[in-house]
Each structure stands twice: as structure tokens, then as C-alpha cells.
Design a protein around this ligand. Structure first.
Ligand code: ATP
Ligand code: MG
Ligand code: MG
Ligand code: MG
Length: 508
């Protein structure tokens, strides 16, 4: 099955079970101080669960574009290094708002996975909440018994509060959840170690694919639990992970979700994508092979362009503060990878936008409708970062070289711990003068087996803030909204015209 067919089969299946298929909410969240980006399918239904808005339909399903790069869910550092965490991903979900509950949710998820998608049953593991005496939470016997109708007992595993009890916040709706994991190891590996031992153990081939949350309680201010009069179901399945298991791959990147992007990057860079390339020696240190660096770079770019493009299409431009800075940081990471490991010294990342837009036509048309605008913004950002990127890289590399030379020096004059640290002032200079977000400096440092003196960096940052406090009045972004009458044309990289219904911005 192609990715398109897999997505459609999910929606068709839940439509056949009486669900209304609803559109994805934007990936950018406005007017919610607790959240910058949509990080789960349930976000758009939060008010229904809190009892603050009525449900339009009792049962809905959708595919939601999500971003996990900040706050409680931040998977950025895993991206490109492991095979199944992305910045932007689609979360397939089905919901019951006070309608069906555990019985149907469990039956249907099993039916979909084993009868529609035909996944082998012995490769699936399910978990249920084991209870927590200290917290006064009961074991979810109901879920266990329901699973037992379909699943062999040794494939039903207890889970603790951290993994198997979901809470919206300190107060509000909460309840136990059941996860479904897929064991994608070879038969020989499976004989050697049982999959049950590897669920929740970070084995790259035994991965969580689906989470079914059963909201049955309301936590009150005094910490006690009240049974909800109307119980809800909230599920989330990682689409790219599902595609990976259905297409029989060992990495999400090997599927038709990512390969068109990776092939394009590989073709243009003249390098081969070696999916087997693994880090050599100690993790990601200096011992890593160039094939590994190149493979990571291609994966990271294919991943990051999705996050960047959807954020821009949904109204979040890169900028120097808040959500805008999160997007700029992701973009600069991608540009650094393409520059340093794939030899792109000129803007390139933006060329992925049309390809991506084409891929999502009919799924998330927001991108297709604004693809020219999105591409121009990415291009503009690349141009501006490339002005200083090369100099910054040279600066940090020279510094690392000096450190390494002293480290291996037989005289050992400077072998105190400061030798494997990037100093605070340098990290600050890289950010201030060369536009390296601190996490990018940390990433480059990590690749060389060094750390950044974060305390020193923060101190420099504070000094600068103190200096400029008096001087600055208002915190402005560096893209400004143009007035209707400002009819700009695209006259070069410093000016932008947007398409269709998008408001007009110009970079300042
Ligand atoms: P994991 O333990 O693998 O980090 P999670 O428990 O944080 O996943 P949930 O919050 O339960 O994930 O989200 C529901 C589903 O979304 C997961 O079962 C998984 O399939 C998918 N998912 C979660 N995070 C990511 C990500 N960063 N990239 C791709 N898919 C993801
Ligand atoms: Mg997670
Ligand atoms: Mg998990
Ligand atoms: Mg989970």
C-alpha cells in the first residue's frame, strides 16, 4: 500500500464506523498561552473535553499535522538519528465524545490493524494501565479483559503511570491509556529476545504505533478523582510509523513519505543515500563516518522542511522571538546540515517545497495553495543565514582544532576539563554575530565530542540584555505585515509578494 492509500484506509475505516471525517487544525496555535504548536490530534478538541464547548459530532476521525519541537513534547534531538521521531508528523486519530468507549475503541483498533492492514498478530503488543497504589489509581482491568479476547496473554503488558495514564494538566480530564507496539525485528532476533522485554525499552525496531486514551475521570483541585458522566475516547497513531511497518521497512525514512525528498536531495548533492550508514565508535563523536553524517543530513533536511513549510503555510513566519524563533532554529539546523555535509554552499532547501506541496495535495491543500510564498520565505531565510554561516563554521572549527591539539598534546598543559568545552563568550558570539542559535552550536559541539558552557553563555546573554534594556522599546519581528495598499512585487530577495489569500509580508 502507498502512504496515500494507508491514510485513506484509516479514514474510510472510521467513516464506516459512523465517524465524521474532519479537517486537520493548523499546526500553529494562536491564542493559547500553554501551547505554541499543535502536538497531538486532541488539541483542537480540548474545549469539548473540558466541557466548555459542545461536540458537533459524537464521533470524529482525522489526520492531524503535529509538531513536537518545544515544551512538554520536544523530539528535535532524536530527529534523523533515530528512525521514528520527527519534528512534523501526522497523527491519525479517532474520537468519541461521550459516545462509545473502551469496548469499541479496542475492537476497532484491532480490527483495523489486523484485518484491514493485515499486520501479523504475533508482532503486535498492547499495554494497559497497571494501577498506582500511591496515587489511588486502579488497574485498568476492563482494558485488559477486552484485549484478552484478541491478544495472547504474553503480548498484553502492564504499564506504569508515566506511559499509561494520561492527564491533560494538573486538573481536568484524565484516564488510563493502552498503547499498541509493533515488533519489526528479524525472526532470528525475535527468537533470541522476546518482544515483551523490548516494549518501552528504546529498541529501534520495536516501536509504539498507536495510543488509545480512555478519559473517564476528572481531576479536581484537591487532587481527587471524580468519575466523568460522559466518557471519551481519544486516540493517536503515528502515520509515518504505520506506513513504515506496512511497507516492511526498518526506518520511517525508507517509506514513500520521505524517499521522494531524500532522493531529490541525494541527486542534487551528487551523494548516495546510504540508509545502512551507522555511527562508528562512540555515538556521534568525531569518530562518525562521513556516510553517516551525509545520511543524517539528508534525513534531517527531509524532516525539517516539512516542519518549516507547514508552520509557514499555517501563519508562523521565522523570526527572532517565540514560535518564530523555533521555526528559524529548525530552518538554520537544516541549512547547516546541507552546507556542512552535503556541499550546498548556495540556497537549496527551498527547492524541496514544491515537491512537498505536491505530495500533500488533496491532504493538506494549505501548502499547495501557498507553495510559492513558502518557498520564497525559505529562500530568503537561507540567503540571510548563508551570509554568515561559513564564517561561523570556520570560527568554531578553528576553536575545536585548538582544543583538540591541546588535548592530545604530550605536554598536557591544558588538560583540565575546560579543554572539551566551547566557552560561553564564543557560543554567544556565534549567536550574536553569526546567527547560530545556541542549540545549533551545541549540536556542532556534540559532533566534535565537546560541550558548551551554558552558564557562561547565559551570563553573556544576560549582559547583552542589560545593555539593551534601556535602548529597545518594542520587540518586533523581522517580517512586517504590509498594508493592503502596499502593492509589492517580487523585486529581489529582500522583498516578497505572497500568493492567493495570504497576507503580505516583507522582511525588514
Ligand atoms: P514515543 O514514546 O515514541 O515518543 P509518545 O508516547 O510520545 O511516542 P503519543 O503522545 O502517545 O507519543 O502520541 C501518539 C502517537 O504519535 C505515538 O504512538 C506515535 O506513533 C506517534 N508519535 C509521537 N511522537 C512522534 C514523533 N515525534 N514523530 C512521529 N510520530 C510520533
Ligand atoms: Mg514521545
Ligand atoms: Mg510513548
Ligand atoms: Mg504514547
Amino acid at each position: 500500500m502507498t502512504a496515500q492509500e494507508i491514510r485513506q484506509a484509516f479514514l474510510d475505516f472510521f467513516a464506516s464506523k459512523g465517524h465524521t471525517i474532519v479537517p486537520s487544525a493548523p499546526i500553529v496555535v494562536k491564542n493559547d498561552p500553554t501551547l505554541m504548536f499543535t502536538n497531538a490530534g486532541m488539541n483542537q478538541f480540548k474545549d469539548i473535553f473540558l466541557g466548555e464547548a459542545p461536540a458537533k459530532f459524537p464521533r470524529v476521525a482525522d489526520t492531524q499535522r503535529c509538531l513536537r519541537v518545544s515544551g512538554k513534547h520536544n523530539d528535535l534531538e532524536e530527529v534523523g538519528i533515530d528512525t521514528y521521531h520527527h519534528t512534523m508528523f501526522e497523527m491519525l486519530g479517532n474520537w468519541s465524545f461521550g459516545d462509545y468507549f473502551k469496548k469499541e475503541a479496542i475492537e476497532w483498533s484491532w480490527e483495523l490493524l489486523t484485518e484491514v492492514y493485515k499486520l501479523p498478530k504475533d508482532r503486535l503488543y498492547v499495554t494497559y494501565f497497571q494501577g498506582d497504589e500511591k496515587e489511588g489509581l486502579e488497574r485498568d482491568q476492563e482494558a485488559y479483559d477486552l484485549w484478552k479476547q484478541f491478544v495472547a496473554e504474553d503480548h498484553i503488558l502492564p504499564g506504569n503511570k508515566k506511559d499509561n495514564f494520561w492527564e491533560m494538566g494538573e486538573t481536568g480530564p484524565c484516564g488510563p491509556c493502552s498503547e499498541i507496539h509493533f515488533d519489526g525485528r528479524t525472526d532470528e532476533e525475535r527468537v533470541a529476545v522476546s518482544g515483551a522485554q523490548l516494549v518501552n525499552a528504546d529498541d529501534p525496531n520495536v516501536i509504539e504505533i498507536w495510543n488509545n486514551v480512555f478519559m473517564q475521570f476528572n481531576r479536581l483541585k484537591d487532587g481527587s478523582l471524580q468519575s466523568l458522566p460522559a466518557k471519551h475516547v481519544d486516540t493517536g497513531m503515528g502515520f509515518e510509523r504505520l506506513v513504515r511497518v506496512l511497507q516492511n521497512k526498518t526506518s520511517n525514512y525508507d517509506t514513500d513519505v520521505f524517499m521522494p525528498l531524500i532522493n531529490f536531495i541525494a541527486g542534487k548533492s551528487g551523494k548516495v543515500y546510504d540508509k545502512e550508514a551507522l555511527p562508528s565508535g562512540e555515538g556521534l563523536g568525531g569518530a562518525s563516518s562521513s556516510a553517516w553524517n551525509e545520511a543524517v543530513a539528508m534525513r534531517v533536511m527531509a524532516d525539517h522542511i516539512r516542519a518549516i513549510s507547514f508552520a509557514i503555510a499555517d501563519g508562523q513566519l521565522p523570526s527572532n522571538n517565540k514560535a518564530g524563533y523555533v521555526i528559524r532554529r529548525i530552518l538554520r539546523r537544516a541549512v547547516r546540515y546541507q552546507y556542512q555535509y552535503l556541499g550546498f554552499k548556495e540556497p537549496f532547501l527551498n527547492q524541496l517545497v514544491p515537491l512537498l506541496a505536491e505530495q500533500f495535495k488533496g491532504v493538506f491543500d494549505e501548502l499547495w495553495n501557498q507553495k510559492d510564498f513558502v518557498q520564497k520565505v525559505v529562500l530568503e531565510e537561507e540567503v540571510s543565514f548563508l551570509r554568515t554561516l561559513g564564517l561561523g563554521i570556520r570560527k568554531i572549527n578553528d576553536y575545536i582544532l585548538v582544543k583538540k591539539t591541546f588535548e592530545s598534546s604530550p605536554i598536557q598543559v591544558l588538560t583540565d576539563s575546560s579543554t572539551n568545552i566551547i566557552s560561553g563568550p564564543l557560543a554567544f558570539e556565534l549567536q550574536d554575530t553569526y546567527g547560530f542559535p545556541i542549540d545549533l552550536t551545541e549540536l556542532i559541539a556534540r559532533e566534535a565530542g565537546l560541550k558548551v558552557d551554558m552558564q557562561g553563555f547565559e551570563a553573556e546573554l544576560q549582559k547583552q540584555k542589560d545593555r539593551s534594556r534601556a535602548a529597545t522599546a518594542i520587540d518586533t519581528g523581522d517580517w512586517i505585515l504590509l498594508q493592503e495598499e502596499d502593492n509589492v512585487e517580487f523585486t529581489g530577495y529582500d522583498e516578497l509578494e505572497t500568493v492567493a489569500h495570504v497576507v503580505k509580508y516583507r522582511k525588514v
